[in-house]
Design a protein around this ligand. Structure first.
Ligand SMILES: [Zn+2]
Ligand SMILES: [Zn+2]
Length: 100
């Protein structure tokens, strides 16, 4: 397969216009699939899974993994990148009060 540096083709025809091809584009909020026929066709598929954000914080449990920000049922939380080996998680407190 030839590598296309600009937009990666998914190899599927756009279900919306049936003319364009679906390509993976990199946007501000991560990768998304869009129609190559843009702007004539505005078909877009957002990635369901958001990439976890690396906080750069070293896990204080295993001292190996980094703490990543993940989306959970009850909001965002930090989890160790060494999961499932390390199950360290931390709540993200949006409050101003600093932990003592
Ligand atoms: Zn299209
Ligand atoms: Zn860890």
């Amino acid at each position: 397969m030839p590598e296309i540096s600009k937009n990666k083709e998914v190899g599927a025809i756009c279900p919306e216009c049936k003319i364009g091809r679906l390509v993976i584009k990199t946007g501000r909020y991560g990768n998304f699939t869009a129609c190559s026929n843009f702007p004539n066709c505005k078909y877009i598929v957002k990635e369901e899974r958001a990439k976890p954000v690396d906080t750069g914080e070293i896990c204080d449990s295993c001292n190996v993994g980094h703490m990543l920000i993940r989306d959970g049922k009850f909001g965002k939380f930090k989890a160790c990148s060494n999961y499932p080996r390390c199950k360290n998680t931390k709540k993200i407190t949006a409050d101003r009060k600093s932990p003592a």
